[in-house]
Design a protein around this ligand. Structure first.
Ligand SMILES: Cc1cc2nc3c(=O)[nH]c(=O)nc-3n(C[C@H](O)[C@H](O)[C@H](O)COP(=O)(O)OP(=O)(O)OC[C@H]3O[C@@H](n4cnc5c(N)ncnc54)[C@H](O)[C@@H]3O)c2cc1C
Length: 355
């Protein structure tokens, strides 16, 4: 039984879980479970635009981490073509993203998890129960169900977090269906585009060249998402988008926090980090930087053996919440049709395209 009892069980090894586990004190008994494969292309892939935003670059720099070339994809793009479908306005703005292969990025972070952590990949957590001061976690691996117990439980399992749904059933947050398709790239030049269509979504859509592929994705209302996605593809034909014969379709949920009450930090020795906690930009849907920041923050709270680690973590997230609030204040300029039109019409900060 002893080898099934841990100090900390971590569900999910995206950037949040990997950063947490990497920085936990080696003296702690830690088990980490993720359904991804640590090597190769098979298994679960997190649907993602795979753009490393300046905030995420800064977060990695704080750990002196540099990206290996094998994670990058072709090409690196310096501007975003922004399209407002209602006004047919198109503008280009400078951007400083790194274009990468998200699956390989996650695998690279997972590869840095220290040996003392009991790591279970290709494993799916099925249930979590809290009783008598312990968590009982059941997970499926190689067709077999396993059961472990832990004093602390961490949900790093993304937008549709099983940990959050199991332990914090009353928590509600605005959620979109995100659909992303992959195509053999048929455009004459590579590009990155951001699309606003207020008739089909109050969030946004994106298109991006990645090696020989072009990905097109967006966030939509849950009930009508698939129909809205297809309609948007049709509407983008006049703008030169070539979105026929998708090779792969991915879908997942994406959260959009709308204020200070939209975060779920956990309580009673359960913790949520990264997108599971609601830490994702409400304007751009950038989430990797918040995953890294919250994962590291929690590692410090657990390492320091604070009397009340839940309280310490909640307090520590203040900086993350303030940053998210600043992003929230940006929303009207992006998502309010009138202000977006005025900004785009004015040409403010845009790059004139010389043909
Ligand atoms: C379509 C789309 C595009 C996006 N594009 C960008 C972008 O370009 N740049 C950016 O910064 N952000 C982007 N985001 C947001 C970003 O992907 C997330 O905010 C970020 O990945 C959150 O990291 P995380 O570690 O909290 O969770 P995740 O990266 O979602 O990781 C969760 C992990 O938990 C595992 N898991 C989940 N449930 C279980 C279970 N039951 N058992 C075992 N394992 C489980 C999964 O395998 C996964 O590895 C995008 C989101 C979407 C949906």
């Amino acid at each position: 039984m002893q080898d099934k009892v841990f100090d900390i069980a971590v569900i999910g090894l995206g950037p949040a879980g990997s950063f947490l586990v990497k920085h936990l004190d080696p003296g702690l008994r830690v088990i980490a479970i993720d359904r991804k494969s640590p090597l190769g292309d098979s298994g679960f892939h997190k649907p993602c635009g795979g753009l490393l935003a300046p905030d995420a670059q800064k977060a990695l720099s704080a750990f002196n981490m540099t990206l290996p070339k094998s994670i990058l994809v072709d090409p690196q793009i310096f501007s975003v073509q922004t399209i407002d479908v209602q006004t047919a306005l198109v503008r280009h703005y400078q951007r400083f993203y790194v274009n990468l292969n998200r699956h390989r990025f996650d695998q690279w972070l997972m590869s840095q998890i220290p040996d003392q952590v009991q790591l279970h990949t290709n494993a799916i957590c099925k249930s979590i129960v809290q009783s008598e001061g312990r968590f009982t976690v059941n997970y499926l691996q190689d067709g077999q169900t396993h059961c472990i117990q832990a004093k602390y439980l961490v949900g790093a399992d993304g937008a549709h977090s099983l940990v959050r749904r199991s332990l914090f059933k009353d928590f509600k947050i605005k959620t979109y269906l995100s659909i992303q398709q992959w195509f053999a790239d048929a455009h004459s030049t590579p590009f990155y585009s951001c699309v606003f269509d207020s008739e089909l979504t109050d969030s946004y859509a994106w298109g991006l060249t990645k090696d020989d592929s072009f990905i097109f994705g967006g966030a939509f209302a849950i009930g009508s998402g698939r129909r809205d996605f297809e309609q948007l593809k049709t509407k983008l034909q006049p703008y030169g988008f070539r979105l026929e014969n998708p090779i792969k379709t991915e879908a997942c949920l994406v959260l959009q926090p709308f204020g200070p009450r939209n975060y779920c930090y956990g309580q009673n020795n359960a913790f949520l980090i990264g997108e599971a906690a609601g830490f994702i930009s409400p304007s751009s849907l950038e989430g990797i930087s918040y995953a890294i920041d919250s994962g590291y923050l929690l590692s410090q709270c657990l390492n320091n053996q604070a009397d009340d680690p839940n309280r310490a973590y909640r307090r520590g997230t203040r900086r993350i919440r303030l940053k998210l609030m600043a992003k929230y204040l940006k929303r009207p300029f992006m998502y309010n049709q009138t202000s977006r039109k005025l900004i785009m019409q004015s040409g403010l900060m845009s790059i004139p395209i010389l043909t």
